[in-house]
Write a protein that binds this ligand. Sequence first.
Ligand code: SF4
Ligand code: SF4
Length: 605
Amino acid sequence: MSPLRAAMPRPTPVDAQGARDEAPESVRTRALDRAPVVHYACKYAPVELLAGYGAVCEPVTYEADSFEEADRLAHPNLCGFGKSLISYALRDDVHALVLTSCCDVMRRVYDVLEAERCLDFLFLVDLPHLTGPAERRRLEAELRRLASAWEGFTGASFDVGRALASFEPPVARQDARVTLLGAHGPDSLLEAAAEAFDVPVENLTCTGGRRVVSPPARLGRVPRQRPCHEACDAQVPGPDPMDAFVQWYAGALLDQVPCLRMADVERRSEQIGTAGQRGIVYHTMKFCDYYGFEYLSVSADSPVPMLKVETDGTRQSAGQLSTRLKAFDETLVGMTDQMRFSAGDGPVYVMGVDSGSTSTDAVVVDGEGTVVASVILPTGSKATESARKAIEQVLEKAGISRDQVTLAVATGYGRDSIPDMDTSITEITCHARGAHALAPEAMTIVDIGGQDSKVIKLDRDGGVVNFVMNDKCAAGTGRFLEMMARTMELPLDEFCRQGLEWKKDVKISSMCTVFAESEVVSLVADDTPVPDIIHGLDRSVASKIRSLAKRVKAEPPYLMTGGVANNEGVVAAIGEALGAPVTTSEDSQLCGALGAALLGLEALD
Ligand code: SF4
Ligand code: SF4
């Protein structure tokens, strides 16, 4: 707790009409002692109005480490953003928050924070759904109510000149860029996007998408502040600057390109396919009522490539988010256009190393792209150490030293911790390239590894057209099958073998590992034949893959890679679920490392 807060009792938050009289003197004095930062979470927040009082406004992009406190105070079914907002407001360095009545979640957040009295200033702007004259007047009244509450809290006066100076006129961008669309842009997304893309990132999410038009010149001619009636001629009052400002400003706020919460969202299409836009990252928030559906309707006809990502208000998936955005960048630019390396003199050898969660694979190819040597080692608990061993062994098998390797390319989730590599490429791009080498006819790859599963749609040259990943839960991954084998007390190879001997369809209805496990226990207790239960589990994995495949509009021929490709029962069940045979390759486990090596080879001049 800050020394200031520790020394003072929590004041009543200022949030309504008459706030000027209710605000304790200590609060006003304290707020004026420093620049009051007002946090906001919505592009309709009246940032310029508050700037007229000298307030500094900052968007909330915070993600919590844990929702323990938020879950204690609010119903756990709030969206991740609602919970992260509560967690943020509980911080000692957050004093003022202006919300909009965006959705039920925001109203709940407001109720919780008001009851908690954790902020010095809390205000909920009632935001209309429409933009007609009546709604403009309603928002105008809300802006006056906020102004009055803020004056009461700070004792500051509105200066229209200061408000006008704070506008940042919207610019119609035409530069090469990637656009973020959808729900609130949290820190992990903003950071990963800034790092992943070579071109600038345009943020048009809830907070980044503020595009309020410039004020008309006539507003610059009104007096900067309310006339002082004591000193001036009280008989001839000039126009009230606040009146003049809010009458125009309410409409300007509502005239922004609408978010999905507004009634008429037709103009949202203006944000898609604009000049210079290379691609769109569409962000949804877990359990969000608004943004889950727009992606489905716009992605099918989008003139630019689109990637959907979801966050949950925490930074838990920051690593995977970064991989997805990087892979998306690789599809936008073309991997080998991005990186060029000198082939140097002498024979060419390129090494690819794939550091996965279950195995670490290494491949060396020669200048013709022929595999010279390969190894597969378990990753174990130390990814860096496994990678070091894999490199040592593959070089030994190839009969070359590290100095003779022209280029070393890392991939896989542990790619950044592999020592002594020349460059890295995401596993999505490498899998696509490797799969194209193993089965040039394949148009879709189903990759099921120990910790995640992905479906990658390819073009005829092995380039990535689209991809989708499940890395959030065990359903549809090798981990799910391992856990079920353990529940049935079978070694994994025996579990795979017995799954082929099924006679009768058994439906495992839950995809969640915990619930599926109890279904398995009940089936065992009912004497259901073990092969039938295993087949039911294989079909459960296949059903998860089918839903991923639908999202990328997968088409045959299918190639399956990853460790689970060795499980014939799962391969057959996926073929059945997708309605077309799924082939495998005996080298499918090396797919990522092979792709890394081949992409490296193509990047040599
Ligand atoms: S959905 Fe609309 S109203 Fe809600 S926070 Fe985002 S921009 Fe604001
Ligand atoms: S993420 Fe969706 S549900 Fe959550 S506050 Fe924003 S608009 Fe509301």
